[in-house]
Design a protein around this ligand. Structure first.
Ligand SMILES: [Zn+2]
Ligand SMILES: [Zn+2]
Length: 392
């Protein structure tokens, strides 16, 4: 089969690999019909995630048709499924608590050497996201093996729902939803969202559905800010205004009730500490550039909530711990418990309450995936979301 493969920093290619087969009884093999490039794939592309190896197949947002099942799978050949990016067994201590992204059974013991010392506990398995998360081949490919296929995949029964309407149930839609849930939004709240990328836009959309009175989205790409405005949000361009001052002015001097950092570890910024973080990240000292998060913490009102769907992997310097404590802020974060949300969100899509297709700017055959990565990275204003279609 053909698959998008990592070869080194900013070097991905479509190569030929052996077709995947059933390894465990609960496995299923999926023929991919649509798969997306995620903002977090760009962290892999930029070489800032540890444990990625040349030859690894990327991709964790995908859907397709079931073509083979193990004896323990509950799927049937021919079914259309969307697959969560988090690999979860469904029955460990964490899965029982619906904390699916903390599953203790999906990351093999020999793959825990990076995350266990770094985080104190091993990470669980994710598709196409380095050997730190299990080294599972990803779904930017013609076929993929899905472990625990009786737990994760959600079957799309309604053939009228085209792939593009449901594909984002694999990651960014539940991730945006959980980000808004972690912001503990109450009716009438003002919510500020850093980053008008896919997760930021879906978090903003979710916050509106959860009855936030005002949602303010912060970015520097004019077209992405237009998409936010299209969702009924107010917008701020951080190249044009002092964000904290603007937010104070917009909220009668109080600050937003909740802030959401949908930027993560490769934030832009001009502050001197961000430049230090850039330098350290460039020379491989493992510092996360956290300027968006730092700004969000300072902007949040006293007693407010901080939600962090943006991806961080290492350490950061000059974290405003004092602002967190002295203002009594509450933090919610984590890899998304995708399986917890897929049914509810599929329902909202079917009812027409959520439409995510506005985000897709480019559709490419799998063979053009390297162009997709390059442009999604370098032309972020126009390239808002790339969907790859293997077999076209
Ligand atoms: Zn993703
Ligand atoms: Zn589990």
């Amino acid at each position: 089969m053909r698959a998008l493969t990592y070869h080194g920093k900013k070097d991905v290619r479509v190569d030929t690999h052996p077709d995947p087969g059933i390894v465990n009884p609960r496995d299923a093999i999926i023929k991919i019909t649509a798969t997306a490039i995620c903002g977090s794939d760009l962290h892999l592309y930029d070489g800032v995630i540890p444990g990625l190896m040349s030859g690894d197949i990327l991709g964790h947002e995908f859907m397709g048709e079931v073509v083979e099942t193990g004896p323990g799978s509950t799927l049937r050949k021919g079914q259309r499924v969307v697959v969560p990016f988090t690999i979860s067994c469904g029955s460990c201590f964490f899965c029982e608590k619906q904390q699916f992204s903390a599953c203790d059974n999906s990351n093999p013991v020999e793959k825990r050497d990076i995350s266990e010392p770094l985080y104190g506990q091993p990470m669980s398995g994710l598709f196409g996201y380095s050997h730190m998360t299990g080294g599972y081949p990803g779904g930017q490919a013609e076929y993929v093996r899905v472990p625990f296929s009786d737990v994760g995949p959600i079957v799309i029964e309604n053939d009228d729902l085209e792939d593009e309407k449901v594909l984002f149930l694999s990651d960014i839609l539940p991730t945006g939803w959980m980000a808004a849930e972690n912001a503990e939004i109450e009716g009438g709240d003002t919510v500020a969202v850093w980053g008008a990328g896919p997760v930021g836009l879906f978090a903003a959309q979710s916050a509106r559905i959860m009855n936030a009175a005002r949602v303010i989205v912060i970015d520097h790409h004019p077209h992405r800010l237009e998409l936010a405005a299209g969702l009924g949000c107010e917008t701020l361009n951080f190249r044009e205004v002092d964000v904290r001052e603007a937010l104070l002015e917009m909220t009668g001097g109080i600050g937003p009730d909740a802030v959401i950092d949908a930027v993560g570890m490769e934030a832009h910024g001009f502050a001197i500490d961000n430049m230090l973080d850039v330098a350290k990240q460039t020379v491989g000292m493992g510092a996360d550039r956290a300027s968006a998060l730092k700004q969000a913490l300072l902007a949040c009102r006293k007693g407010g909530r901080v939600s962090i769907p943006g991806v961080y992997g290492g350490m950061t310097d000059k974290f405003p711990l004092g602002a967190l404590m002295e203002k009594g802020l509450k933090i919610g974060t984590g890899q998304t418990h995708v399986q917890r949300y897929t049914k509810k969100l599929l329902g909202l899509i079917e009812e027409g309450k959520i439409d995510t297709t506005f985000l897709i700017s480019h559709r490419l055959p799998l063979e053009q995936a390297p162009d997709g990565y390059f442009n999604f990275k370098n032309y972020q204003n126009e390239w808002t979301k790339v969907v790859l279609k293997p077999g076209t």
